[in-house]
Structure formats: C-alpha cells, structure tokens
Design a protein around this ligand. Sequence first.
Ligand code: ATP
Ligand code: MG
Length: 404
Amino acid sequence: MAKLDGVLNFTDLVLRAEAMQRVVGLARRAAASTIPVLIEGESGVGKELIARAIQGESERAGKPFVIVNCGAIPDKLVESILFGHEKGSFTGAIDKRIGKFQEADGGTLFLDEISELPLEAQVKLLRALHDGEIDPVGARRPIKVNFRLISATNRDMVQLVKEGTFRDDLYYRLNVFPIRVPPLRERPEDVPELARHFLARFATEEGRRLRSIGAEALELLTRCSWPGNVRQLENAIFRAVVLSDGEELTVNEFPQIAAQLGSARDVAPDAASAAASQPRPITLPPAPVMLGAERTVPQTVAVGNGGLGILAITPHGELRSLEAMEGDMIRLALGRSRGRAEAARSLGIGRSTLYRKMRELGLEGYPREPAVQDREQRNGSFAMPAQAVGGTAIPTTGRPDIAA
Ligand SMILES: Nc1ncnc2c1ncn2[C@@H]1O[C@H](COP(=O)(O)OP(=O)(O)OP(=O)(O)O)[C@@H](O)[C@H]1O
Ligand SMILES: [Mg+2]
C-alpha cells in the first residue's frame, strides 16, 4: 500500500461509507494541526493507515514517522526504548541509546496499542506531553523533544481507566481528538470497493490475469461480518487470487467465508453445485496464526488426521523453492512457540541462525515475549473471535492475527 516515497495521504484510503468519510474528514482536520490524536477501533480496521495518512498530509510529511507497538515491548525495556538511556545506566546498557521520542524529533510518534503501556512509562509520557521534555534512563538532565503524537488502541480505554490500569490524566491528554474507526461490519458499502482494490493489487503482485470479482462472490463478501476487519478481507482476497485460475474471482475461491456464512448452498446455489462437480485437488485450510506477519501467510495443507503440511507444489502445479518453504516453516514455528528459543529448538537450529533468518524474512520482533503474551491473555486483549481463523483449531500461544 505504501507508495515508493513512503508517504501516504487520504486518497490512498479506499472508502465509500459515509461513516468512513466522516473519519477522513476528522483526520484531515487533525492533519492540519499538531493536536494529539487517539485512533480507536478494532484490530484490522485501518488505524495505522489513517495515522500514516495524517502524517503524510501534515506539515511533518517527510519527517520521521516512528511507530512503537507498546504491546510488543517487554515491560522492563519500555522506558529505555521510548526515552533512551545513558551508557551504564543499568545492567546491559552497554551504550547510550536514543529513544523513540528523540528518533521522532520534528516528526510524528505513533504509539500503537497504547493501552499496553506500563504505569511507570505512562507517567513519563505524561511529562513528555505536558512539558515537551523527556528524561532518558540514567540521564542527568532532561531533553527537549518536538514530536506530534498519534496513539491507537483497540481496547475500551474508559474501562481501563476505571480498572486503574491506565492513568486518567494521561487518557485525557491523549484523548483530545478521538477518531473512532468503525468495524467493517458497520460499513458493508466499503467491502466491494476494498475487495476490488486488493484484487488489483494482488493480481499485479502475483502476475495473474484476474480482473474482476463475480457478483455472487461480491454478495458473499458483503454479507460476511469480517471479525478481523479490513486485514481479514485483504488476506481473503490474497488467498483467493492464489487459488484462482481464471479472470474472475468466484465464490469457489472463498470457501472459508462461505463456510462461515452457513452452507455453501445457502449462499450461492449455482456456485455450490459447480464446486461439487469439480472438486479441487488441493484445499488450503486457514493458515496458522502469524504473530503480526500476516502479509506473508504460510501456505499450509491439511494432510489428514489433523496434520498440517507446507505446500510444496502450488495449485498451479509449480514447485515452490526451498527458500520459500523454509520461510514458511520458520513463520509456522514462530507462530506456535512461546518464544524464539522454543522456535529454534523445535526447528533444530541455533538461536543465532534463527535470528539471522528472521531478519532476512523481516520477522524481527516476533514472537512477543511470553510476559507480554501472558499479560494479554489475562486481560483478553489478544482475543479474536474463533471464526476469524476459520474456526480451525490450530494450537498456538501467539497472537491470532488472521490469516484466512
Ligand atoms: N480504507 C482502507 N483502504 C485500503 N486499505 C486498507 C484500508 N483500511 C485498512 N486497510 C489495509 O488493511 C490492513 C490493516 O490495516 P491497519 O494495519 O492500518 O489496521 P489496524 O487497525 O492498525 O490493525 P491492528 O489493530 O491489528 O494493528 C493494512 O494492510 C491496510 O493497508
Ligand atoms: Mg495497527
């Protein structure tokens, strides 16, 4: 989605629904100012995209846009990562480190999953917002910072304030300009537009002749409730493009969605009977969780008795490369492990080899630390409805980002 120069603006957002036009109207206003923005919405609704568009259309376009996923940093490192530290300020602080606030100097700091920020870091953030100053860990004097803050959450912040896990004074500072992004089920008018947009993108990326989506398939997609929102739709179209041989996507390419909405017969009688008379040689079950790397869904195949295999031959008869299969194997291991050490052990490779391969695959930062996962499991922040992963039970301890 990002353009070559990496700058997004509001025209990059695909939308039709009035509710989304209101969202963009608000976001444009926010872009013209430096007011702190809090973007609220379920997972996958497009919060980050909107944050990028605000930055891209603001005076700070072209300046740093620094993203921090507050839920993905181990508690003990939060302060050092956000505010930086002096050399020797704690065990392991071998060098001085510039924090994210300084990295974002002159630009925009996007604090994603802000609800996950530990209480001590909340105090420091409040000070940064209030005084425009930060205190790096172990530093003698504060540092002035010039940042524009956009934060995002998929949690009910008012509830967290009531429970005492989020400071009310910080919440009021962050919530100066709230933007609520509605879930996709509240704006079905956007589905066809988004589906066509993703089709065009994936058909080009995958080198397919696909040009359109059949009316029945569009109707099916529009009726789906999309618990994983736009990201789930995006992944469903990606999968459909890979499955399709023709020039038009049909209901046959969306078996999980059809299954979710009841029997295929209820959905589209003609398509169901056509599918029955022409069984597909390979069925791709919903891929396992991807711990945030959902753009690169591993291709898995059911091999009977609950077993799961990595796809060796594509539905188009092409052999996949060892490199591609190895990448999928690593993603699978990360998705099913409680940490990198466990993933390395189960793959039978050393940790440093795994880290190197993860870097090559752009998978740094996954999986989350067990402490973060445990916290999420306790407070339920990672919970995604079962149908988001097609209802297939693939045991995992990771974050169930949608791959269906
Ligand atoms: N209106 C839109 N037009 C085009 N693409 C969209 C739109 N909304 C979302 N997307 C795409 O959907 C995917 C999910 O969006 P994004 O990452 O911004 O969601 P999010 O709300 O930040 O999700 P999460 O809470 O899981 O972090 C991205 O690939 C994004 O490009
Ligand atoms: Mg996001």
